[in-house]
Design a protein around this ligand. Sequence first.
Ligand code: PGA
Length: 250
Amino acid sequence: MSVRERKFFVGGNWKMNGSYESIEAILKFLTEGNISHDTEVVVAPPSAYLAHVRQKLPNNISVAAQNCYKCNKGAFTGEISPSMVKDVGAEWVILGHSERRNVFGESNELIGEKVGAALEEGLKVIACIGEKLSERESGQTNSVVQEQLAAMAAHIKDWSRVVIAYEPVWAIGTGRTATPEQAQEVHAFLRKWLSDNVSLSISQQTRIIYGGSVNAANCRDLAAQGDVDGSLVGGASLKPDFVTIANACQ
Ligand code: PGA
């Protein structure tokens, strides 16, 4: 395969799964699994295990929080702040995940503010966007993802610390992956949006990864698309298949 323009990026979103016991098995395959140096790997454990996972993993694997709030401290019961994420040694945070949007009702506006606050604190951000099935079926995919991206872009000064994750909601946890062509089509649209609204060089440098039922069987075909720079993996990130997915760029 030709040399990639952008470093391949694979994130593992563990969601609300894990215990000290079950995490041991994940740490084992991550540590012993021979992950390619050509891939930037980031795993996102639940916040209760962030510090533990950070301490246990080698430095070539980064750690992300799955969410954080827009303020660094205060009366926000149940939330964690960007400075806390940094303090426990995580470098990244996932923001705008569809489960945050759809289960917890987070708006584009709030997510934009969180992206700004996380970047301000020095974190790197996996910025998630994606349309629902009804939106795809009514031809609104581009307008939905564009609106979501614009709300975040308004708060981004340093794009080198941002990875965009396109995750169609209908493909998350459903076993129904977008075809490589469907993913490529939206990724190309997003790259053009960056070129038109931010700059050409940022559109060329920013990684746009795909998420939604990525597994060991479909990861290579997705990775072969010109505008797909990696993946954000949910269910399969809890299994040794994650190493295969991380190596899909080879
Ligand atoms: P999935 O989740 O791989 O289980 O579909 C992806 C995600 O939500 O990031």
